[in-house]
Ligand binder design. Structure first.
Ligand code: SF4
Length: 448
């Protein structure tokens, strides 16, 4: 059982030094008990106390990693019911089903779609992560060869799906080094799948017909030494599945009920035959609270909105997306190319750089660190003003890269022109457009 805040407090040094960024040990203990703080934040906890606090400090929903390397997917580790309370930690993974009963052409086309359907947005690559290899044929060699093909052809994490432990064991022989998710342990095969998971150090999904049974099965798996577990409540209607997701999250976070403290897997493709409805159902589980969302197929028109929804929900509401401060070269600029400056709010950067690219006028874009605030907001907050822009322009080295010394500032920061002329006496300060859309027309009239 997890410790209460008072029990944790008794194990802390009680010096109230504040180094954990809360004023007292009691407040820190309460945060730990609520899963809102990391034990590592207190440097003075004794080893003995650490061991005792391990359970209390563990996230109420265990993080589980599927796959290896750069493309490994980490799910779980959530600490809040609602994003605005803090943030959601690990975005759900999207999986496409490929069955060993499919024709070769269909298998190839699904693998190709998996590779092709990825998108660049705000400096990030949005893409699905998993291929769910499903045994429908009952043929060990067919399953093995499909697992091998998926492993060879794709940079993806793998889910091995079968109700037959022998077939899963054959799949594991091919790809255990990729740490696939084994799907699924049930009351009928629990011991065998626990052995497979332990022998191959792979996570295992557990499927039940009710939440009560699910809790019993995860308890048995945990007692058998399996730690990385993913939950399938077995519900295949939208209403029941959504209800289960909410109850699982709430039980883990609010009741500290460890048997349900794991990420979940959901199957929107098994809740409808209509591909558009499937996408809508999947979007529900992106918000609440799917860990892995298995789709019957991928189509760009439905996958892209899901990836964008996931991006929106899993960004930290307390930290704006920011671009790194520096000089960005757009279109291969030279010593006579325009020099523009903007803030490092990602959206601003991508709008401005996109418009410069559209103008076909090679340019330098200086991106000033404004803590992720837009030009107007950072200007109002005193972060995009002459006193902060001038030192950045001097130190970034742009003065040595262009013959002219003309700096184009955003129209919304026009009031800084005078201050910049004083701070940067060797530069001519030009006021550019207020709106990004007017940048191409402005740049086409540029003369060094
Ligand atoms: S850092 Fe440790 S000792 Fe200091 S106030 Fe926080 S919990 Fe107490």
């Amino acid at each position: 059982m997890p410790l209460t805040g008072i029990e944790i407090f008794k194990l802390l040094p009680k010096t109230n030094c504040g180094e954990c960024r809360v004023p007292t040990c009691l407040a820190f203990a309460m945060n730990l008990a609520a899963g809102k703080a990391e034990l590592a934040a207190c440097p003075y906890v004794s080893e003995e106390a650490k061991a005792k606090l391990e359970e209390a400090a563990a996230p109420p929903i265990r993080p589980v990693t599927i796959g290896v390397g750069d493309r490994a997917l980490k799910v779980g580790g959530e600490t809040v019911m609602f994003r605005h309370e803090k943030r959601f930690e690990n975005p759900p993974g999207f999986a496409i089903v490929i069955s060993d009963a499919m024709e070769e052409a269909e298998i190839n086309s699904r693998l190709e779609r998996f590779r092709q359907l990825q998108y660049e947005r705000v400096g990030l690559t949005l893409r699905p992560e998993l291929v769910a290899v499903r045994d429908d044929s009952g043929d060990v060699s067919k399953f093995e060869s499909l697992v091998n093909k998926v492993k060879q052809n794709n940079q993806c994490s793998i889910i091995l799906m079968s109700s037959n432990p022998d077939i899963l064991a054959a799949g594991l022989k091919v790809c255990a080094d990729q740490k696939p998710l084994i799907y699924a342990a049930t009351k009928d095969n629990l011991e065998r799948l626990a052995d497979l998971a332990k022998a191959n150090s792979c996570p295992v999904a557990v499927k039940a017909s009710s939440l009560e049974e699910l809790g019993q099965l995860t308890t048995k798996l945990t007692e058998a030494g399996v730690k990385d577990i993913v939950l399938d409540s077995g519900a295949r209607t939208v209403r029941q599945a959504l209800e289960d997701q909410v109850i699982i999250r709430s039980a883990a976070l609010n009741k500290k009920f460890r048997p349900l403290g794991f990420p979940t897997i959901v199957f929107p493709g098994e809740m409808t035959d209509d591909p558009m409805k499937e996408a809508v159902i999947a979007s529900v589980f992106v918000a609440k609270y799917g860990g892995i969302i298995v789709l019957s197929d991928f189509q760009g028109e439905s996958l892209f909105p899901l990836l964008v929804e996931r991006l929106n929900i899993y960004t930290d509401p307390q930290r704006p997306l920011a671009t790194t401060e520096g000089i960005y070269e757009i279109g291969g600029p030279g010593e006579n190319s325009p020099v523009l400056i903007t803030s490092n709010f990602s959206l601003t950067y991508f709008i401005v750089s996109g418009e410069i690219e559209a103008s076909k006028v090679p340019s330098y874009l200086l991106v000033k660190d404004t803590e992720g605030l837009s030009v107007m907001t950072s200007w109002a907050a005193g972060k995009f003003v002459a006193d902060t822009i001038a030192p950045f322009v001097k130190k970034c080295g742009i003065g040595d890269m262009v013959k002219h010394h003309k700096l184009v500032i955003p129209g919304y920061a026009a009031a800084e022109r005078g201050g910049l002329e004083e701070e940067l006496p060797s530069w001519e300060i030009l006021v550019g457009p207020r709106e990004g859309a007017h940048i191409p027309a402005y740049l086409r009239t540029w003369k060094a």
